[in-house]
Design a binder for this molecule. Structure first.
Ligand SMILES: C[S@@+](CC[C@H](N)C(=O)[O-])C[C@H]1O[C@@H](n2cnc3c(N)ncnc32)[C@H](O)[C@@H]1O
Length: 222
């Protein structure tokens, strides 16, 4: 059965009814983006991102996939001293993101306009936290730059890696998703095998991976 979330609907409804950790001043933005159907991070992904921000207090954050600036603004509230770089290629999203960053005081957020494949190679690290939430089929192509840009001990968070359950099922819901399913499967396996990363796959949201970058002298698989 295809769920919006990987857990069963009763558990999902229960979890979603619990009090949220979302910063209060962003509640109107949260309601707006969800009512309008913008492809923002799920509630579960945002709750987890909030937890990570509280735990890590990152000083430099990179996000790939700004959409309208929602998750970038959430991170900026949780990490008020951080600088946040975020990448978006869709002109309509860029325009809305700029308006939201103005309206909700995203002064520490820098919006990079263009394709992540072009922008990423030109960025300099190190970042303490990288949140990848863009075109799923491109995830494997972004991995080398994400690892390069992440500091040792930094955290790499990736959303939607299980693609509505199609990756674990091993088959897409339609023919044109076959490539995405194959690429996400290869991406997850690469994260798990990567000599510089320790990774776990969490069945929250639409599947999230959390990786930490190891130092070179701890490159061996523990
Ligand atoms: C799931 S949305 C991001 C949601 C956002 N993280 C949030 O929760 O507010 C994915 C975004 O990535 C953008 N995107 C997809 N591929 C991209 C690429 N190659 N370069 C830059 N942006 C890309 C899409 O236009 C879309 O707005």
């Amino acid at each position: 059965m295809a769920y919006d979330c990987l857990i069963d609907p009763v558990t999902e409804a229960y979890l979603r009814a619990l009090p949220s950790a979302l910063p209060r001043d962003l509640v109107p933005l949260d309601q707006y983006v969800r009512a309008q159907g913008f492809p923002v991070s799920s509630r579960e992904a945002i709750e987890f991102l909030i937890l990570l921000c509280r735990m890590l207090q990152p000083q430099r954050i990179l996000e790939i996939g700004t959409c309208v600036g929602y998750s970038a603004l959430v991170m900026s509230r949780l990490c008020p001293n951080a600088t946040i770089d975020t990448i978006e290629r869709n002109p309509a999203m860029i325009s809305d993101a700029k308006a939201n960053l103005d309206r909700y005081h995203g002064e520490h957020i820098t919006l990079f306009e263009g394709d992540a494949a072009v922008i990423l190679p030109n960025l300099s690290g190190p970042y303490d936290l990288i949140y990848l939430d863009a075109a799923k089929g491109q995830y494997p192509a972004y991995l080398p730059d994400c690892v390069r840009l992440l500091r040792e001990g930094g955290v790499f968070l990736v959303d939607d890696v299980l693609f509505r359950g199609q990756v674990p099922a091993g088959k897409p819901d339609c023919h044109r998703n076959q490539t995405i399913v194959n690429r996400l499967d290869a991406f997850i396996r690469r994260l798990k095998d990567h000599p510089q990363l320790t990774t776990t796959v969490l069945p929250i949201s639409d599947g999230m991976t959390v990786s930490v970058k190891r130092s070179p002298n701890h490159g061996e698989k523990a």
